[in-house]
Design a protein around this ligand. Structure first.
Ligand code: ADP
Length: 170
């Protein structure tokens, strides 16, 4: 099932939380900084050895001090107005995470709203891509959570989930 929650993604006890990382995988601001702080210094020790991650791809690490068992790090696109392949890259970021989750036989995953912070992707457009990608993996996962930081963001996801599940039922 697809679910929405509001709050801090680092608190979620799921198989994997997704990190909206940057290409270096060495930490940063926003959700990335929060995840590094909550997972503890062993995360940076490990990500230093990974050699970064191209935009649209994903890498998996243990969750270390997090309640989540794994962290799937992905890099969404920086928004440049929409004609630089941003939508395809964002879709690829979500799909890479979900493919890794399936490969590791994970059943629950929580996503932040990738690229919608400092990377500037318009929220509703990004959320639509997130929900479409999740819907395609529903049969592989028990639960896919969209974790929002702000209540109005959660409302946007709720509406999209309703639309997309209605379409699937038709
Ligand atoms: P990006 O660089 O991909 O834009 P950001 O971390 O700047 O990533 O923002 C992505 C989204 O994550 C934003 O919608 C922001 O509100 C949200 N966010 C920030 N901190 C957290 C957190 N601790 N838990 C869940 N979401 C968060």
């Amino acid at each position: 099932m697809l679910q929405v929650c509001t709050g801090d993604i680092t608190r979620l006890a799921v198989d994997a939380i997704v990190n909206a990382a940057n290409n270096s995988l060495l930490g940063g601001g926003g959700v990335d900084g929060a995840i590094h702080r909550a997972a503890g210094p062993r995360l940076l020790e490990l990500t230093r050895t990974l050699g970064g991650c191209p935009t649209g791809e994903a890498r998996i690490t243990p969750g270390f001090d997090l309640p989540a068992r794994w962290i799937i790090h992905t890099v969404g696109p920086v928004w440049h107005g929409g004609d630089q392949g941003e939508a395809a890259l964002l879709r690829s970021a979500y799909e890479s995470c979900l493919a890794l989750a399936v490969e590791h036989q994970l059943r629950s995953i929580a996503f932040p709203a990738i690229s919608t912070g400092v990377y500037g992707y318009p929220f509703a457009e990004a959320a639509r891509i997130a929900v479409q990608a999740g819907a395609a993996y529903l049969s592989d996962m028990d639960i896919i959570i969209y974790c929002c930081f702000r209540e109005p963001d959660a409302t946007i996801y709720q509406q999209l989930i309703r639309e997309i599940t209605d379409e699937m039922d038709r």
